[in-house]
Design a protein around this ligand. Structure first.
Ligand SMILES: *Cc1c(COP(=O)(O)O)cnc(C)c1O
Length: 404
């Protein structure tokens, strides 16, 4: 039985993305179920006291406790490892638990961290507020400006952190260029790849060391549960990350890990369709008289269109758009939508739209908002799986009132 499983595993390791997404990591129990089983248990039993003692010493393989590892979680991690091309991974209870663990598991007092300014609000909180409390120096840079990275990264820099595309202005950071600068200084590069998804961008191939996801977004993709994952080389995961997670406890629930596994089966199909829809919507918005500016990495008018082509296979499932008007006219557009929901989540089958300035980035001060381009008329649209013509009609109706 072990041999048969090993042969199958070998074939899937060498398979193409769609096959890996459906079959990667699957381990059947003695009941030979088709779909992955949910091992909804906290602990495991041993055949003997000797076996228990041996397991704790690491002398025999097997599970000990679901805070350390769980079979459903392991299946999710192995499928993600295959998709990302990483050596190892650990799932976490949320995307923020993944970001926090990727940073805090390796940092210590006296270290220096360089990060891009344009970050998801909670990522910015960890870097700007939590890290300095432990005597970690931080420098925030404009992630689009390579010279700023060059100046900020020194021999003292332990970690470099950024998102690309960033939230909500969809700025890009040149992963290969920043990785080269960081590696020359001996720093590790951590990328929050949520906006690009593992389908559209492969940070490890471009030079990054560690990739984190909020699996809550496209990986679940159907608004059901929170989850996260950190992927990297074996040494970092086993020696640095795993002990940190095991002893601090942000474990992913087996039920949520199962949802993520099922989400992965359709991830490529969903992301592809969402990109098809997003491209059409971005063009519709780009031509609309009530729109001041559309920001979409897949369009030629994106300020970093060349970099987008270089490191992303498509333009993303997200669009940001600046309405020609003030906060009230922008709210009016939101309030007239009837299909697209007002929600701060993203990567969902349902199209969701948010006003970052008063929601996801409401805690950011006005000066920083202005610097980041988060104006009172900026909206971020996460494009879903509805018929694109219905989405365009919905946006067209909401915007048409605006332009009269
Ligand atoms: C949502 C998100 C997170 C946090 O993930 P949770 O699962 O909500 O904890 C981190 N980074 C980015 C870019 C996100 O979009």
């Amino acid at each position: 039985m072990t041999n048969q499983h090993d042969t199958q595993k070998h074939r899937i390791d060498a398979a193409r993305t769609a096959t890996k997404l459906v079959r990667g990591g699957t381990k059947r129990s003695l009941f030979n179920e088709t779909s992955e089983a949910i091992f909804m248990n906290s602990g495991f039993v041993y055949d003997s006291a000797e076996q228990a003692a041996g397991r704790f010493k690491g002398e025999n393989d097997g599970f000990i406790y679901s805070r350390y590892a769980n079979p459903t979680l392991t299946m999710f991690e192995e499928r993600m490892i295959l998709l990302e091309g990483a050596e190892a991974a650990r799932g976490t209870a949320s995307g923020m638990a993944a970001v926090n663990a990727a940073l805090l598991s390796q940092l210590k007092t006296g270290d220096h961290v360089v990060a891009a300014k344009a970050l998801f609000g909670s990522c910015l909180y960890i870097i700007e507020t939590i890290l300095p409390r432990f005597g970690i120096d931080i420098t925030l840079v404009d992630g689009t400006d390579i010279d700023q990275w060059k100046q900020a990264i020194t021999q003292k820099t332990a970690s470099v952190f950024f998102e690309t595309p960033s939230n909500p202005t969809l700025d890009l950071v040149d992963i290969a260029a920043v990785s080269d600068i960081a590696h020359a200084a001996g720093a590790k590069v951590i990328i929050d790849n949520v906006f690009a998804t593992p389908i559209l961008q492969k940070p490890l191939e471009l030079g990054a060391d560690i990739v984190v996801y909020s699996a809550t977004k496209h990986i679940d993709g159907q608004g059901r549960c929170l989850g996260g994952i950190v992927l990297a080389d074996e040494e970092f995961v086993e020696e640095t990350l795993a002990p940190f997670l095991k002893h601090t406890g942000p474990a992913l629930s087996p039920f949520n890990a199962w949802n993520m596994l099922k989400g992965l089966e359709t991830l490529e199909l969903r992301v592809d369709r969402q990109c098809d829809n997003a491209e059409k919507i971005a063009d519709f918005l780009g031509d609309h008289p009530a729109v001041k500016r559309v920001i979409y990495p897949g369009r030629e008018d994106h300020p970093q269109a060349a970099l987008a082509k270089q490191q992303m296979s498509r333009g993303s499932t997200l669009i940001s758009v600046e309405i020609d008007g003030n906060q009230q006219t922008t709210f009016d557009v939101l309030n007239r939508l009837s299909i697209i929901d007002i929600s701060n989540n993203l990567g969902d089958a349902k199209s969701l739209i948010t006003h970052p300035s008063t929601t996801t980035h409401s805690s950011v001060d006005d000066e920083t908002k202005a610097e980041l381009g988060i104006s009172e008329s900026l909206l971020r649209l996460s494009v879903g799986l509805e018929d694109v013509n219905d989405l365009i009609d919905d946006l067209g109706y909401a915007l048409s009132k605006q332009s009269t």
